[in-house]
Ligand binder design. Structure first.
Ligand code: HEC
Length: 694
């Protein structure tokens, strides 16, 4: 049935010729309405997390633990970018809708991978520098034959699902501030919901609902209070205002809704996760303390009006970039003999939360990772029990704290298998030397990071992180099994009724495990690192599993590319039993660069390092070790090294996304950065790159 509709466009033309009367043409996704989103559609993947509960558990069972060994590539598609790929593809009516870097959207034949249309919103490349964590896009929404994408530069666009032509578009951010959008929109009760990101750039977080038909704004809810001299937008914000001090609003406050949402149609509640404070450290943002509501919180809102029904703050007075924007899953669990309607989240702060999703009551919280900042969560108050001294962040005595700002779990989605009762978490861990910058001055210049931290040369000595696939029992609040992984930046997970869990490993493999026991049953090299979120669908009696493979995202910052593959274009890989496709070739690892002379004066190199940390680190990586999607500056050839003023000050590479810095750096400062880069290069010309990794 649905296979017929893929060919809709071709068939329409053919049938007019054959019969003289046009067959009824139905664009892909024409049937996706509130009912379809609520009930789901077996064999299709209609919304970001598969269903409103965002379970990422597929009932499809053609691919099973018994036959997964026969899984092989059916087709692949070149995503035309080396920048980050984080989207979950959607499939409806035999058409796959998938977004790429710079918010480009593709519609592909889900059976063959043939391109049906491509929509490029032509995002201003200067927005690249406002993006904290690369120019990624985590996906689109489908509703009534339209495809919705939110762009990095802050527009929400409705596309015709058959042609990819825009039907309407609306700006959803203030372009004077450092907002960006990387999250996938969701559709609830005829409204498109979209948040935004940019806390480090000094923004005030919010979520907006638009009429899906017309693009008209329905409501907007801020997550943190605004200027106290003016009335707040809601009673909830009046209350929140009492938990802030100082001139917090000048820096925006943060609390951005950059990723997760879920919806319970019965309770009629929309859940959104909010992000960290701006700047990171509370004493720089709200000098006399306070919880700083609603940072790092889960909010339950009325989807018709945005009215706040309850909230739960995971990290009061956040000072460590511990966002609660991580994936949330709704499920009904039997706890203590009672069926509880729960919401589950494993935010960056390292605790796994099970909340009553009707009331926000804390049912339980347990550390799912090696957490240093708090010893537990007080069951009565629902507040974390902070470890002594975690707020000092003295530059004299940097405290290596766990988790670091990338969290014990980041944007990579989890999944929940109702059969095993387990949540599969792409868990990770690293320690970070939090150090308050005493000279911190807030800046509204787009692209300047307001995290108020010293990113000093000591960051070069960051210990390596670790990653694992963690199967967590949310009732007992304990690990059932774990699979340690080579890299600490692995992909999202997918659980299926075939007793399977799929996850991309950061070292470049796509792997299937048994869902009950975590045995590795199948793996395939992707030729590139895997950072996507796998999904599955059926067409004409075949089950497919799709994943985006590539590098980028926050991995650019932390140099997480352990696959040794650099500069490989990202790709969409689609697998089936006995697939006949060929995995595109990998690009060979790089040669060790030639040693070059440079100024070795320590103070000079430290100046270069500090300037690098302030202006270049978010794209070219900490300690000049790139994640592989953007140029690794240590490997530049000699003519490029001579072109620094042209590239860095004058914008010679601007069309490729390298912003010019002539407005904020002087030639001698660029020269100091160049010498710092050469010093970093000298380290890899002497020793092997691996031993030089952070
Ligand atoms: C917003 C992201 C971003 C920031 C910030 C950034 N760059 Fe780049 N840079 C790029 C991109 C994109 C390229 C193009 C090459 C590529 O895609 O790998 C590039 C290329 C370069 C190149 C050419 C490298 C080569 O070998 O071809 C140099 C040199 C460079 N950048 C230096 C810097 C310096 C120095 C800073 C800080 C002052 C900086 N960049 C900040 C994104 C960025």
């Amino acid at each position: 049935m649905s296979a017929m509709r893929i060919w809709g466009i071709a068939l329409l033309a053919a049938s007019v010729v054959a019969t003289g009367a046009p067959a009824q043409f139905r664009p892909p996704g024409w049937f996706v309405d509130d009912g379809a989103l609520r009930k789901g559609h077996k064999g299709e993947w209609l919304t970001h997390g598969l269903d409103y509960a965002e379970t990422r558990y597929s009932p499809l069972d053609l691919i099973t633990a018994a036959n997964v060994k026969q899984l092989s590539l059916a087709w692949s598609f070149d995503m035309e970018t080396r920048r980050g790929l984080e989207a979950t593809p959607l499939v409806s009516d035999g058409v796959m809708f998938v977004s790429s870097a710079w918010s480009v959207v593709y519609a592909l034949d889900a059976k063959t991978g043939d391109l049906i249309w491509k929509y490029d919103p032509h995002v201003d490349r200067n927005y690249g520098r406002r993006a904290c964590c690369d120019v990624v896009n985590r996906g689109v929404a489908i509703y009534r034959a339209r495809v919705y994408v939110a762009t990095l530069d802050g527009y929400l666009i409705a596309l015709d699902s058959a042609t990819g032509k825009p039907v309407w578009q609306t700006p959803t951010v203030d372009h004077k501030r450092g907002y960006t959008i990387t999250g996938a929109p969701r559709i609830v009760k005829g409204k498109v919901l979209i948040g935004n990101g940019g806390a480090e750039m000094g923004v005030r977080g919010y979520i907006t609902a638009y009429n899906a038909d017309t693009g008209e704004l329905a409501w907007r809810v801020y997550t943190v209070p605004g200027d106290p001299s003016k009335p707040q937008e809601s009673p909830a914000l009046e209350k929140a205002l009492k938990t802030w001090t100082g001139k917090f609003w000048e820096a925006g406050g943060g609390g951005t809704v950059w990723d997760s949402m879920a919806f319970d149609p019965r309770l009629d509640l929309l859940y959104v996760g909010t992000g960290n404070g701006s700047p990171w450290m509370e004493s720089l943002r709200s000098p006399e303390g306070g919880d700083n509501l609603f940072l790092s919180s889960i909010l339950a809102l009325k989807p018709d009006t945005g009215e706040l029904v309850w909230y739960y703050q995971t990290t009061p007075g956040d000072s460590w970039d511990y966002t609660a924007t991580q994936h949330m899953i709704l499920a009904d669990l039997t706890i203590g003999g009672r069926v509880r309607k729960v919401l589950m989240q494993a935010p960056k702060n390292g605790f796994f939360y099970v909340l009553d999703r009707a009331t926000g009551e804390l049912i339980s919280a347990k550390a799912y990772a090696d957490v240093g900042w708090a010893t537990g969560v007080d069951q009565k108050t629902g507040r974390p029990i902070e470890a002594p001294g975690v707020r000092s962040q003295s530059p004299l005595m940097p405290m290596m704290q766990k988790p670091g700002p990338l969290g014990a779990h980041n944007w990579q989605p989890m999944s929940f298998h109702p059969g095993t009762g387990l949540v599969y978490i792409p868990a990770r861990m690293d320690a970070f030397p939090y150090m308050k910058d005493p000279k911190f001055v807030f800046s509204l210049v787009p692209g300047v990071w307001n995290y108020g931290q010293i990113a000093s040369p000591t960051n070069d000595q960051l210990p390596p992180g670790s990653g694992e696939l963690l199967a967590w029992d949310p009732v007992k609040q304990e690990a059932r099994w774990r699979v340690p992984l080579e890299a600490d930046w692995n992909g999202g997970t997918l659980a299926t009724a075939g007793n399977l869990v799929f996850e991309g490993a950061g070292d470049g493999r796509f792997v299937a495990y048994s869902a009950d026991r975590g045995e590795k049953l199948w793996e395939s090299p992707t030729g590139v690192g895997v950072i996507g979120s796998p999904m599955t669908y059926t067409l004409a009696g075949h089950q497919y599993v799709a994943v985006l493979a590539g590098w980028g995202g926050a991995a650019s910052l932390f140099g997480e590319n352990r696959s040794g593959k650099y500069g490989v274009p990202g790709r969409l890989l689609v697998y089936a039993l006995d697939g006949k496709g060929k995995t595109p070739p990998a690009v060979a690892s790089r040669a060790v660069p030639a040693a070059l002379d440079y100024n070795k004066d320590l103070a000079y190199l430290q100046k270069g390092s500090a300037l690098y940390a302030a202006h270049c680190v978010m794209c070219h990586g900490i300690a000049a070790i790139s994640g592989g999607s953007i140029a690794d500056l240590r490997y530049s050839n000699e003519s490029t090294l001579k072109m620094y003023p042209k590239i860095v000050l004058e914008g010679a590479y601007q069309p490729m996304g390298m912003p010019p810095f002539g407005d904020r750096l002087k030639p001698d400062e660029v020269e100091a950065i160049r010498n710092y880069v050469l010093d970093r290069r000298a380290a890899i010309t002497k020793t092997s790159e691996k031993s030089n990794r952070r």
